[in-house]
Write a protein that binds this ligand. Structure first.
Ligand code: SAH
Length: 231
């Protein structure tokens, strides 16, 4: 089995790259795909860059070019649920593109017209495995399983938090997960998005992000490693 692992930023993939046994690097369109083994599992690791389009390109390439069987995303996110603190873990049950807005035609926010489905469900087996590994590492009180909302926006306002909670019941927000989920849904691949909280998406979000991004990325990476041992 070949696993695709994606992170958006260098901070989110560097620690995995350092411990993997790198066999080959393939560059496509400026994205570097690292092929090798990690804890004796065959993997392709890629830093996709920030935002939904970058994430969609890399997910598609992982699946079509590298023929990965499953896709895991590791990274950081802004917490929306007030019970979630910096460093806590959110595992996706499903993902929505929160900035999709065709409400002018009577659609709800997040609904993609002419698609059967706009809420992309993660693979239950991967979700349960991620949840168990995360709880073992961090304690179940620090692990949240629920909806992740993605958009091409760094969320840093209480009004936006309220809107995202009221509209989508999002546990956390980030900029890539729903794009990965959308591609995996279209191409029929199981996936899960694992995020550790770097900030609380409020007016301090940019400062908190800079301070906690490394720690949060490390938390998420620990879960990926724990999952690889059991996958
Ligand atoms: N400071 C960075 C930009 C980070 S963008 C730079 O200058 O390069 C934020 C990244 O972290 C995205 O990949 C996104 O997925 C995630 N993220 C963390 N907190 C977020 C928030 N509050 N809103 C949206 N995305 C967030």
């Amino acid at each position: 089995m070949l696993l695709g692992i994606i992170g958006a930023m260098n901070e989110e993939v560097i620690q995995l790259k350092e411990v993997m046994n790198l066999l080959e690097t393939k560059e496509i369109g400026g994205y570097n795909f690292f092929k090798g083994t990690l804890l004796n599992k065959e993997v392709v690791l890629v830093e996709c860059g920030i935002g939904k389009v970058n994430a969609a390109i890399c997910s598609t390439l992982l699946i079509q070019e590298f023929k990965v069987d499953k896709v895991l995303f590791t990274g950081v996110a802004g917490g929306l649920n007030p019970e979630i603190n910096i460093g806590d873990i959110v595992i996706s049950t499903d993902l929505v593109e929160h900035d999709f807005d065709c409400t002018a035609f009577g659609y709800d926010y997040g609904v993609i017209p002419r698609m059967e489905n706009s809420t992309f469900k993660a693979d239950e087996t991967l979700v349960n495995l991620a949840k168990r590994v995360a709880a073992n590492n961090f304690g179940s009180e620090r692990v949240f399983v629920g909806t992740i909302v993605s958009g091409d926006t760094f969320v840093a306002s209480n009004d936006k938090i309220k809107w995202l909670r009221d509209t989508f019941k999002g546990e956390c927000t980030e900029m890539e997960g729903a794009a990965v989920a959308h591609v995996c849904y279209v191409l029929g691949k199981p996936f899960v998005i694992i995020r550790s909280i770097s900030d609380k998406a409020n007016h301090d979000a940019n400062m908190n992000f800079d301070e906690f991004v490394k720690l949060a990325a490390q938390n998420s990476k620990l879960i990926i490693e724990g999952m690889l041992k059991e996958i």
